[in-house]
Structures are given as C-alpha cells and as structure tokens.
Write a protein that binds this ligand. Structure first.
Ligand code: LER
Ligand code: MN
Length: 272
C-alpha cells in the first residue's frame, strides 16, 4: 500500500528550499498527524541534531513513521560531495552519510543521497566521477543493508548535477553494483524536467523505485501546478510500488496549505 509523507527541514542553511515544514519538528509532526499523513521525511543538519528519545516519543504520540532522512546537509552546510576531486572531501562525505544512515536506521528510515552525489568538474572526468559515485554507493549500500534499511539514490535535474539526470541512467548505475540494497528515489519534479514521460519512466524504473518525491510541476505541493498525477499513480501501482509518496515542496502559500493540498491529492489517488 502506498503511503503518504511530508518533509520537515531542520537545516537553517537550506532556507528557501523545497520543504513543507521548517525547524519545528514537534509542530510538524502534530500537523502531519492531524492532516492524516503516515510519515515524516526529516532533513537534519547532522546525525545528532534530533534527540532519539524525543523523536521516538513524538512518533509514538502521533502514530507516525519516518519515511526517509536526507543527507544534503553535508553539501549545504559543509560543501561535501562524493565525487569531489579532493580525496579528503570524498572521505568526509562518506563519513557524513554513514552517520545519517546510522541515525535513520534507529527509526527504520532509509537515507537519501541526492545533492551529496556532487558533479564532475575541473580535472575530474564524468567517467571518474561516476566510478567514485558507484564505489560510494556500493560501500554505503552495504553499510545500510547491515542495519536493515535500504539506501536511496536520487537522480537530479541537469541544473543540480551533470552525473545522472534520468531514470534509465539511474537504473544502469544501480544494476552495475553488486549490492541490491540501493534503490532509486524518483522525484517527479526532476523527472518533469528530464523525462519524456514521467509515468513511463517510473515503469522503466520498476522494482528499483524505492521512494518518490511527490510534488507539482512548479515544485509547489501537488494540486498547485499543472502536473497530471493520475497516470503517475497508475504507473506506481502497476510496478507494485509499496513505498511512500513524500511531499518535497515549497511551503507556498503556507506550510499548512501545501500539506493540505498534498494530502487531498494523495487521498484521491491512493485511497485503498
Ligand atoms: C534536490 O533538488 C532534491 O530533490 C533533494 O531531494 C536532494 O536531496
Ligand atoms: Mn527530491
């Protein structure tokens, strides 16, 4: 059964970014539960930013789960990336992600590698960067597997990375790994820019699709742009997707209105 999630950012440096709730985790959990979301997706600045016991209590109080945890703080705050020309930065990027994987695993939540993948630039060739990325996914994917959670890899649009922009290329990358614990994060905002047809791309992602960022064409909440989400929902059902559709959207016109618009679309498309 496809479940709903809503994003909460606790990262000051990411202000202005596409997250529905900001800074107040207890407040966001209360709202998410009130509106009927199944889970929250948390973007934290580091693995120690949230007290585990407090989060456990919040989740229990509101009957919520953690759908996923972001690692982008490593890029936004520390400028780390897995494909930097500098081996020390690459090592620190892996260490940062490992810390977030460990933290997320306490809550059964997979970590997301999006902006931390970086890009090829300067003396680093695309081939070299993709090799470093694959090595990191292999290592971190196995680490996550040992903790009983998958790891999510997110293709981004061309303005955010020059490594992998499309589902087809993401699938090729994952199929080249020995671990099968790394799954695709399909963000329909990026897909709307890069794919010929979002529903067909999801079908081609098939069993590799592990998480979905669910948003509208303008990166506002679903229902606030011109994307047709019905064929997307059909494609997810067709591939037997059983993960979350998680609202990674701008809090426009407000967090609560973005959340409400998301849950209305989810109810319409995914009600069992
Ligand atoms: C960035 O554009 C994005 O979609 C995030 O999920 C990446 O971590
Ligand atoms: Mn995303």
């Amino acid at each position: 059964m496809i479940q709903s999630a809503i994003t909460v950012s606790l990262v000051k440096e990411a202000e202005g970014g596409p997250f529905v709730y900001w800074h107040d985790l207890p407040g966001a959990c209360a709202k998410a539960a009130e509106l009927g979301f199944d889970a929250v997706e948390i973007f934290a600045p580091n693995p120690d930013a949230v007290d585990d016991d407090e989060l456990k209590a919040l989740l229990e109080k509101h009957s919520l789960k953690v759908a996923a945890v972001g690692t982008g703080g490593g890029w936004v705050i520390h400028k780390l990336m897995l494909t930097s020309a500098d081996p020390e930065i690459r090592a620190k990027a892996r260490e940062f992600i490992r810390g977030i994987i460990d933290w997320g695993a306490v809550f059964g939540a997979p970590a997301i590698i999006g902006s931390m993948q970086g890009r090829f630039e300067g003396d680093v060739s695309k081939e070299q960067a993709l090799e470093w990325l694959a090595e990191a996914l292999e290592d971190l994917g196995a680490h996550a597997a040992a903790l009983g959670v998958p790891l999510f890899y997110e293709p981004l649009n061309r303005y955010e990375t020059n490594l992998i922009n499309r589902t087809e290329d993401g699938v090729r990358l994952l199929e080249g790994l020995t671990t099968d614990n790394v799954k695709l994060l399909s963000d329909v905002f990026h897909m709307n820019i890069e794919e010929a047809n979002i529903a067909d791309a999801l079908r081609s992602g098939g069993k590799h699709v592990g998480h979905v960022h669910f948003v509208d064409s303008n990166r506002r909440a679903t229902g606030m742009g011109h994307m047709d989400h019905a064929p997307i929902a059909d494609a997810l059902r067709e591939i037997g997707y059983e993960g979350y559709v998680s609202a990674e959207a701008f809090p426009i016109p407000s967090s609560d209105e973005a959340a409400r618009s998301t849950i209305e679309v989810c109810r319409k498309l995914f009600a069992s």
